[in-house]
Design a protein around this ligand. Structure first.
Ligand SMILES: [Ca+2]
Ligand SMILES: [Ca+2]
Ligand SMILES: [Ca+2]
Ligand SMILES: [Ca+2]
Length: 252
């Protein structure tokens, strides 16, 4: 009779087992959700990081060659594949020797660095920075193109020619331009001699990754950065950004 008012041992055990199953399921759901949340936060962080970095770069680089007096010889000082240095006569005193008139961007230890008189870190967790250039070597006031009318986006060889990145001629620079799949774009010799003074536009690529790798995640994306195709097979999340900057002070 007493048993009918309380719980039997079996009832208690069944209840405990059910509670256990339910709790485990809830915990699993929570772990999955919080992992998704972390991943989303990380990816948003990477994108914001890249957006801020590329907009700062574009703002700086757009001023390349600013030279109202035509006396300062401002322009592209180093047209690198993975670094750049440009000059501008911001205070219009006929030289490029004043504060902030010579700006370089390069990677240093996983950071994107902007260097003027001092070096500042613009973005962290940046794994790649690349540049390509469009130019007016024939001086007709238009960006030089190939026979098909496609603008040459090229990288220079110091003392040598411009090498076109669109190896397959589809007017895009993608991993398809690495025609032999070795991770390097199969550049084409344009036969046009590289001169930094001919540069009229540039293209920037940036790739950044999450701060930490994520267990059970393997990156499967590929990224083109100038003449390199990156395919990191690790647990980090990666995002890229690319933009074109016209150097209006350089002509056109
Ligand atoms: Ca100056
Ligand atoms: Ca031209
Ligand atoms: Ca192509
Ligand atoms: Ca290749």
């Amino acid at each position: 009779m007493m048993n009918q008012k309380g719980f039997t041992l079996t009832e208690i055990l069944v209840t405990l087992v059910l509670v256990g199953i339910f709790s485990t399921a809830m915990l699993g759901l929570y772990v999955t959700n919080s992992r998704d949340y972390t991943v989303q936060t990380q990816v948003v962080d990477i994108q914001q990081n890249l957006r801020a970095a590329v907009s700062m770069m574009a703002k700086d680089l757009r001023m390349t060659g600013y030279d109202p007096s035509h006396q300062s010889s401002a322009g592209v000082l180093n047209a690198g594949i993975n670094a750049i240095r440009v000059t501008m006569d911001l205070n219009e005193d006929w030289d490029v020797a004043d504060a902030g008139e010579s700006i370089s961007y390069a990677l240093a230890g996983g950071n994107l660095e902007r260097q003027t008189t001092a070096a500042d870190i613009v973005a962290a967790n940046v794994v790649a920075l690349g540049f390509a250039y469009a130019f007016d070597a024939d001086g007709d006031g238009e960006l030089d193109t190939d026979a098909g009318g496609r603008i040459h986006w090229a990288i220079p060889t110091p003392g040598g020619n411009w090498f076109e990145l669109d190896a397959n001629g589809d007017d895009q620079i993608t991993s398809d331009d690495d025609t032999d799949g070795d991770g390097a774009i199969n550049t084409l010799d344009t036969g046009i001699l590289f001169r930094a003074a001919d540069i009229r536009a540039l293209r920037i690529w940036l790739v950044a990754r999450s701060q930490n790798p994520q267990p059970e995640h393997v990156n499967s994306r590929s990224f083109v950065v100038a003449n390199t195709v990156l395919s990191p097979a690790d647990g980090f999340y990666y995002r890229d950004v690319s933009t074109i900057v016209k150097l209006r002070n350089m002509g056109l």
